[in-house]
Each structure stands twice: as C-alpha cells, then as structure tokens.
Design a protein around this ligand. Structure first.
Ligand code: 13P
Ligand code: SF4
Length: 353
C-alpha cells in the first residue's frame, strides 16, 4: 500500500530537478536584479557625487577669485568645468595675460603650471596633483644642455616647453608644437640645438632644412610612442574617407601616414574648418572629448585606444576641489631661474606663427 507521504516523497524526488532548476533560475534572476539595482544606485550616487563636487568647486572658485585652465588632454569633467581649455601655448598665454583672478588652477602637468608661475608671478598658481609630471620634461637635465652647448658653442638652443624651469633658464628661446617650425626659422643660424623631443626635432629638421642637434639624443613622449602606422592602416580600411591627424610627438612612421600634423589646438581648428566628416586621431585620447563636443556631427576615431597620458589623467574633480580648498599645490620657481626662463618664453611669444 502506498502511503500518501511516500507518494508525496516520490513525487518530490521526481520533481526535484525541476524545482532545483527553478530555484537556480530564481536565484539568478534575483542576483541580476540585485546587481542592476546596485549598479543603478552606484551610477546614480556617482553622478550625484559629481554634481555635488561641481557645485562645490564652482562656489569655491568664486570665493577664491580663481580661474581654472585645463589642457586638451584632461578628463572630460575637468575640461567641462574649466574656464579655458587649450594647448600648451594657448594656456601659457592665457596665464600670462590673466588680470582679474588671484589664483590660477592649472589642470595639466608640472611644466605647464611652472610656465604659468614664471609668466605671471603675481598670481598663485596651483597644480592639483604634484605627481602630474611629464616624463619627457624630466629627460633633459641642465648638465646635458651645458654639455651640448660646449660641443656647439655657436648654435642657439631651442627648448620645447615640455621642459623644467631650470632647463628653460639655459636656452635661448622656447617653442611649442604649435610654433616650433616658425621659432627655428626665425633664428639666424643653420645649426640649432633642440630638445627634448626627438620626433619634434626631426619634424622641424624636415620642415626647415636646418641641421638640428637633438638633446638629449633620444627624448620622447611615452604616450605618443604608442601609435603605430599599422593601426592607422586598419582604421583607414574601415573609414576610407577619414582624415588622419597626428601630433608631431609621434614617430616619423606616423607622420608619413598623416594628412595633417599639428599641436592639439591646431587639430581642433582643422577638424572644425574641414569639410570632411571623419577623422583618425594620433594624439592623447582626452582631445576626443573636445573634438566631439565642438563637432557633434563629425566622427573621431583614436588611432590607438591605449593612448592615454597617465600624468594628465591624475587630475580628478575631487583633487581639483581639494586643490582649491587647501590652496595646494602652490607652484613656485626661484626668481633667479624664473627671470631667465621668462626671457626664453617671452622670446617665443615674439615669433609670429
Ligand atoms: P600641445 O602643445 O599640442 O597641447 O602638446 C602638449 C603635450 O604635452 C603633448 O604631449
Ligand atoms: Fe608629457 Fe607625453 Fe603626457 Fe604630453 S602626453 S604631458 S609629452 S607624457
């Protein structure tokens, strides 16, 4: 005789796999729902934190009579909160000409903030993160400049602004990627000592026909070195109409595949004025934010997704807020060095480009 409980138990055994599957499915659904809710809440709370920070930064900025300058490679949210976004020469000029603000918060890397402090010593210049250092600027020492000068005593020294103040104090004139060709052309000498970027030095040599001695021998930008022409070939197959824009810090192989070579702001201007609708970009990824914002109808593809300058990305909203609040990190250049470096920077501003 089958007892009811036996039947039930037998039935249960029969249905066990189905029940188990159902339970697993339910658990999965529950986990999914949980993850979705948490993710939604976290995105929501992140957005809320961001909005709070933006409001706090804007309030502090007014109270402290500060202006925020940001390089084209900064994070999107930093570019969006900045009063001015530009390339290195535009930002230097802006810092030099700033009259009303008492504080300039420079969202970029060390040498750019130093240039601002040199050009406008009356202002407090703040760099939100002390670790935001350009490795290329660290590649050129004053000893190397002196050594090279001794070998070529009659050749003028042109230094890219991506150098530290001590190096700038040792040169005759500075340049940026926006005006390097014009600066070298303006000099009354066929041989020029140029540093620290080897690629920019080679590009200037190609364009001016002058003998360029690179100092140090192999100075480079680790981010721009990541671009490879093969990546451009693949992207070109996918987007045959696209214009290739490349920064002069890229290798000569990259220059060869470029339709346009220029500084970050020159790229922005070129993209705006061009009739073309698609662009392959050979410079740090931060520029895509500005390009897309200014040209919503155009398409931009980074030639290599990993091209991120970690130093530029160290500036975050919370660090910017802390910088304003605690007035840190104050960038000062000893007057003796600043006077000489200022002369080299001012000399550059005299050159028409
Ligand atoms: P730009 O002067 O073109 O903005 O370049 C600065 C820089 O650091 C490039 O890596
Ligand atoms: Fe320096 Fe290169 Fe970064 Fe520019 S992109 S700041 S040159 S490391």
């Amino acid at each position: 005789m089958n007892l009811p409980f036996v039947r039930v138990s037998e039935n249960a055994a029969e249905h066990q796999p189905i029940l188990m599957l159902l339970m697993i499915k339910l658990r999965r659904l529950w986990v999914k729902a949980y993850i979705c809710t948490v993710a939604h809440l976290s995105v929501h709370s992140q957005a809320q934190t961001m909005m709070d920070l933006i409001a706090k930064i804007q309030k502090l900025k007014k109270e402290k009579k500060a202006i925020i300058l940001a390089h084209n490679y900064q994070r999107a949210e930093i570019q969006d909160i900045a009063d001015y976004v530009g390339d290195s020469i535009e930002l230097s000029r802006k810092a030099m000409e700033e009259k009303d603000a008492e504080t300039i918060v420079f969202c970029a890397v060390d040498f750019m903030a130093q240039s601002a402090a040199i050009l406008n010593p009356q202002k407090k210049v703040l760099l939100p993160t002390l670790g935001a250092r350009c490795p290329m600027a660290q590649m050129l020492t004053t000893e190397e400049i002196k050594r090279c000068k001794a070998l070529h005593p009659n050749a003028p020294v042109v230094l890219y602004v991506n150098t530290l103040a001590e190096a700038k104090a040792e040169c005759d004139i500075c340049c940026t990627s926006a005006n390097a060709i014009e600066v070298v052309r303006s000099l009354d000498s066929n041989t020029v000592l140029f540093g620290p970027d080897r690629n920019l030095a080679e590009y200037v040599a190609e364009k001016t026909g002058k003998t360029i001695v690179a100092l140090p021998e192999y100075g480079f930008c680790p981010t721009h070195l990541l671009f490879q022409p093969e990546d451009v070939t693949v992207l070109r197959q996918e987007h045959p109409e696209a214009v290739v824009m490349v920064h002069p810090e890229c290798s000569s192989e990259m220059r060869k595949v470029a339709d346009f070579i220029g500084s970050t702001s020159k790229m922005c201007r070129f993209a705006k004025d061009a009739a073309e609708k698609e662009f392959i970009i050979g410079t740090e990824e931060g520029i895509l934010h500005r390009l897309r914002k200014e040209n919503p109808e155009k398409k931009f593809y980074l030639a290599y997704e990993g091209a991120v300058c970690p130093n530029m990305k160290l500036t975050t909203l919370d660090r910017l807020y802390a910088s304003l609040k605690e007035e840190r990190y104050l960038i000062r250049v000893p007057e003796k060095i600043a006077t000489k470096a200022r002369a080299s920077l001012e000399c550059m501003f005299q050159v028409k480009s």
